[in-house]
Design a protein around this ligand. Structure first.
Ligand SMILES: [Zn+2]
Length: 226
């Protein structure tokens, strides 16, 4: 399937659909009971939207006009942004990473390859979208996540095992990823789910893998959770 067609199909998916792919990618996916997955998705999405709303409230100008300069916003939160050339591990392509105490690395070469693909294939839905900002917005959420311990994504725990009165509980990776995606969407007022970029960014490096990821996302989007 060509990239334009894949992107058009992904564009139709809702945030809830992409969230299923995050749940499925969680290292302890098997421990997440089926009957709570729908609720975990909804609460993680709400957590991301809510954090975006509260940040946007802070930068709202008196006349109600929003002036979101996302780079300045990141800096005002104490984040330092480092532009990186390509650095790809064998099986993983990096676009953005977050690291304490507030360092976001943006892998410009990889992001630019995605932008070039948008132009080359005339993927209308993404023309004019600054993809670097989308990656940055997602990573800003991880900065907030690392600081606000009271967030749903930090407090939610899964019971792993029980030994007498002691229950071992673990947080999930997927909740932060789902919230980060919702956060970026809301903050930048995007009319698509930022995770469509996972397929776009992978495509220039490995078309087969990108198509496999696409098929996986589509397949998981059809799963039913309560
Ligand atoms: Zn992330």
């Amino acid at each position: 399937m060509n990239i334009k067609k894949m992107m058009q199909n992904l564009y139709q998916l809702r945030d809830e659909d992409f969230a299923k792919y995050h749940i499925n990618s969680d290292p302890i996916e098997g421990k997440i009971p089926k009957q709570i997955r729908g609720k975990v998705i909804r609460e993680s999405l709400d957590c991301g939207y809510e954090e975006a709303r509260s940040l946007m409230g802070m930068v709202e100008l008196p006349n109600g006009v929003r002036d979101i300069d996302i780079v300045r916003l990141a800096e005002s939160l104490g984040i330092s942004i480092k532009m990186k050339k390509a650095h790809n591990a064998m099986e993983y392509i990096y676009f953005g990473t977050y690291e304490e105490p507030g360092i976001i690395r943006l892998y410009q070469d990889n992001i630019r390859k995605g932008e070039a693909l948008v132009k080359e294939h005339n993927i209308e839905e993404l023309i004019g979208i600054n993809l670097e900002e989308v990656v940055l917005a997602h990573e800003i959420f991880h900065h907030i996540e690392a600081r606000k311990k009271e967030l749903y994504v930090n407090s939610f725990r899964i019971n792993l095992w029980k030994l007498g009165p002691y229950t071992h509980r673990s947080r999930l990776i997927c909740t932060g990823e789902i919230a980060g995606m919702a956060f970026a969407r809301k903050l930048l007022n995007l009319n698509f789910c930022p995770n469509v970029l996972d397929v776009l960014f992978l495509y220039p490096h490995n078309q087969m893998q990108a198509e496999r990821l696409y098929q996986e996302i589509i397949k998981l989007s059809k799963k039913d959770y309560e």
